[in-house]
Design a binder for this molecule. Structure first.
Ligand code: HEC
Ligand code: HEC
Length: 314
């Protein structure tokens, strides 16, 4: 080949590599926050044991929670949590509901007529658990779930989670999890800053105007996949599989697809060119490692990915 031909080909190859590499780079840096800890975003939410359901309800054990409840909740919910004209009863609501409403800062309200809104939790984790323990000791919760213990989303299939989220959650929370105004002034809040436990609890209890997704609607594994998707991809949009694209929307996705695709085509063309000419650039092929994230969803869970979170009857 002539020197200028070789030069041209090299330039083209560099361009192709640059385009592909820069987009890989965008993926990796785009999220800003690297989630080194894998699935763990814990802010102490999964503090070792809640056991709201299994502990003997000795009066002494409930004293702390009872005091907190009387000081902060009973003015509206009643001393015995049986409700009144200021607030609904809390008897039998289940540990997950009480935990969610406290962790999200929705409770305690300043006034009965105020809209619950997300704010920093008033109580630390231990206090929340004490209040949950007290409230759930007052009446059986039957089908209402307790706080999930040992919620492990490390094996969550985020591709499946993405599909389930798109179907079940995005209509209200939007596909990016940014939240949206619904009818009648109702707000579906943004899903940034919620912990995995809160996502699980919201899905299983259906707070306020959100529908409840019980075991008949979503299996434990499916809930884990959704929680995994929200926590890993919506909140930390860095993922080796490229699923973080869900966080930037279809336009950017098409854009990225275009560029990665163009890069791939150029590489392929150059590779073919190589084979028909000399082998001077041997070893440059095989650069493309982009597996489409939307490939068929094998729903695979690691060992024990199944049954860890269902703790009914708190
Ligand atoms: C100023 C009154 C007020 C105080 C104080 C208050 N709440 Fe509430 N609470 C309400 C009202 C009103 C609602 C219903 C809100 C709604 O559905 O939008 C509610 C709802 C709840 C719910 C959801 C119940 C359900 O069935 O979905 C929980 C759980 C709860 N409160 C727990 C607490 C706890 C625990 C405390 C104390 C730390 C507390 N609240 C303090 C007024 C209050
Ligand atoms: C019909 C609309 C709707 C759908 C569908 C829906 N949500 Fe919600 N979601 C809401 C609303 C409204 C709230 C606020 C709760 C309230 O009204 O007090 C909420 C609250 C939440 C919260 C708590 C946020 C916070 O600020 O603490 C999480 C987490 C959540 N939703 C996740 C999900 C997930 C995951 C799905 C899909 C499985 C889903 N939601 C489906 C409307 C919806």
């Amino acid at each position: 080949m002539t020197p200028s031909h070789a030069l041209w080909r090299r330039a083209l190859l560099s361009f192709a590599l640059l385009v592909s590499a820069s987009f890989v780079g965008v993926f990796l840096l785009g999220g800003g926050r690297a989630d080194v800890s894998g699935g763990g975003i814990s802010t102490g939410v999964n503090a070792p044991s809640l056991t709201s359901q299994d502990s003997p309800t000795a009066a002494g054990q409930l004293a702390v929670g009872r005091t907190l409840f009387v000081q902060n909740c009973s003015s509206c919910h009643g001393i015995d949590a049986s409700g009144g004209n200021r607030a609904p009863p809390l008897l039998g609501v289940g540990g997950a509901t009480v935990d969610l409403w406290l962790s999200s800062g929705w409770m305690p309200l300043a006034e009965p007529t105020a809209e619950p809104e997300r704010k920093p939790a008033k109580f630390d984790r231990t206090e929340v658990l004490e209040i949950v323990r007290y409230v759930t000791s007052l009446a059986p919760s039957f089908d209402n779930p307790g706080i999930p213990v040992g919620l492990d989303i490390s094996h969550a299939n985020v591709a499946v989670g993405f599909s389930l989220f798109a179907l079940n959650c995005a209509p209200c929370h939007t596909i990016t999890g940014a939240g949206d105004a619904l009818a009648d002034g109702i707000q579906a809040p943004p899903l940034h800053g919620v912990t995995k436990t809160m996502v699980w609890e919201a899905v299983r209890t259906g707070p306020g105007n959100m529908p409840r997704f019980g075991p008949g609607t979503l299996s434990s594994a499916q809930v884990d996949d959704i929680v995994g998707y929200v926590v890993k991809n919506i909140q930390h949009p860095v993922s080796p599989g490229g699923l973080s694209l869900g966080g930037v929307g279809p336009v950017a996705e098409g854009f990225v697809g275009l560029f990665v695709g163009v890069g791939a085509c150029l590489l392929a063309a150059l590779w073919v060119g190589d084979r028909t000419e000399t082998d001077e650039d041997g070893g440059q092929d095989g650069q493309e490692g982009h597996d489409g994230p939307e490939s068929p969803d094998g729903h695979e869970h690691g060992p024990g990915g199944d049954d860890h979170s269902e703790l009914a009857h708190a």
